[in-house]
Design a protein around this ligand. Sequence first.
Ligand code: CUA
Length: 329
Amino acid sequence: MSKYLPLWPDQASTMASQVDLLYIYLLLVAGVMTALIFLAVTVLAIKYRRRPGVAAHQIEGSTILELGWSIIPFFVMLTFFIWGAVIFFQERTPPADATEVYVVAKQWMWKIEHIEGQHEINELHVPTGQNIKLIMTSQDVIHSFYIPAFRLKQDVLPGRYTTLWFKATVPGRYHLFCAEYCGTMHSGMGGDIVVMKPEDYALWMAGGSSTPLAENGRALFSSLGCSTCHRSDVKGRGPDLAGIYDKPVQLDDGRTVIADDNYVRESILDPTAKIVSGFKPVMPAFQGIVTDEQLNALVAYVKSLSQPAQGSAALQNAPATSPGQPEVQ
Ligand code: CUA
């Protein structure tokens, strides 16, 4: 599209053409509606103009006509909403097989952590044809992760995770913007998304040895003393964490919540916020003690206890993982 009409940025993800099609449709419908109104105004102004010798007479209106020009455009406009909602839900729902990448924003840079252990600043390398899920948080203020060539934008907030997913289609270097005013250097808070062919990406990944994120998390888990209470045997003072990720957890106030990224994060920073049924609120809070990067490593570790099949991040040190989980890949 951008080849013929340089009004659009490159299309480099599976979402890009869908978003563009909807946008073109919006422009067309808006154009047709505008033309119809202008045409009607012009034709009626000429037809019913004041003429000498012709007496004006009152026209009483038409219910059918009024209903028609209200109801028909209503349904036409509703197509914007339906089409937009379909794309929105696609963009909001990461595929289960997506490779996870952690993003930490701060004034004024983007820090990227691959679960394989690679770290990047203001650059994100991804392969074509693979679903990538970004798990993002901010160390300070609200930022926004914006890749025009992917037609994607997501706010990045302090104190919680937000996610974004995409499948890149065309190798190349695409600009990454911060799209939320975040201080003096906001306009300089950018970077590049480097999309590579899978074989080039594998080479890039292999270069430079790094400790997988979940491995770092496991080291932290024992150095912070978590492993003394979160044990798989029955005497554990905290719940056994093997197999809990993304599963329902029964709380002592009767609620049931899903142990997703934000739940694990909150349970580390503020353990008394949601007490697991059958346990006492004895865990110390880690708010202000662990950094966002350490938190990501801990979350990746807890996750790895439930995802035996997810790439090199799988760290099997617990015997009981969820038995019913299908193998990914
Ligand atoms: Cu970060 Cu604007």
